[in-house]
Design a protein around this ligand. Sequence first.
Ligand SMILES: [Zn+2]
Length: 319
Amino acid sequence: MCFLIYILWVINMSNGEIVQITKVYNSKILQEDVKLLKERYPFLEVENIGYSVLGKSIPYIVWGKGNKEIMFSASIHSNEWITTLVLMKFIEWLSYTYKQKNDRYELYKLEDIFNNRKIFFVPMVNPDGVDLLNNGLTQEQINNMYDLSKKYPNIPFPNGWKANFNGVDLNLQFPANWERAKEVKFAQGFTVPGPRDFVGKGPLTEPESLALYNFTLNHDFERIVAYHTQGQVIYYKYLDMLPPDTLKIAREMSRLSGYALEETLYASSFAGYKDWFIQQYNRPGFTIEAGLGENPLPISQFNQIYKENFGIIMTAINY
Ligand SMILES: [Zn+2]
């Protein structure tokens, strides 16, 4: 009897969705989901780009076996972790639909895309930071971060935390005018490690940023999309650099999502991953600020955010 129930459960699970929309999505759940996706969809490749300060794996998932490489990243900022779920849900949809050979999605010609593209997803660049918000750390680890946050009493803890375990903002670590970023952020009062906006002692001092940097250098990405929340805007330039095709892609993303196109504010246009990518390769790089509200965005926004961003992701893949 027990055995029968077990079999029925397995059958049920094999038809159910793996990625569940939960408000405590942390690095442990991510690892389990990645493993289950790989089991169900063996054509996925799974590896990691490196490890966090606390030694947690930063996984990536590859869909497709073509030559044209495209990369998506999410949750480089802790309290923007809903973006991890956007990528994970999308990977599951893409894999499921491809496996079904379902011609309802003929529009996107997934077979062609699979053969011509190689799509890399790094769904959680900052696992330690996400785990702070989502029940993934020990009390001692939380206390360490709380001590850092005391220097910034006006930033709520832990909900205002964007940085990694060391209190460094991982998206202010890239060698694209890092010195300028330091000047700007120091002038704003972010001079020591804390919940956000501290640039670190130099570029690429943090293992998560360094891993993303090396991962990028070791590939040949035609374009990258970096997921953040919030604002419903698409950033697509670095200073006055506008790589070929960028504007066309950005306009299509904007049309499909309703998100506004924005040139990056001068004061925040340094040392980000997208900034460095554009500077390094002169290829399209986008920062998507998904959703609207105060970070962390409530999980109740997920369906809306996913709907808005589906077209953005497909445009980045398909263009
Ligand atoms: Zn962000």
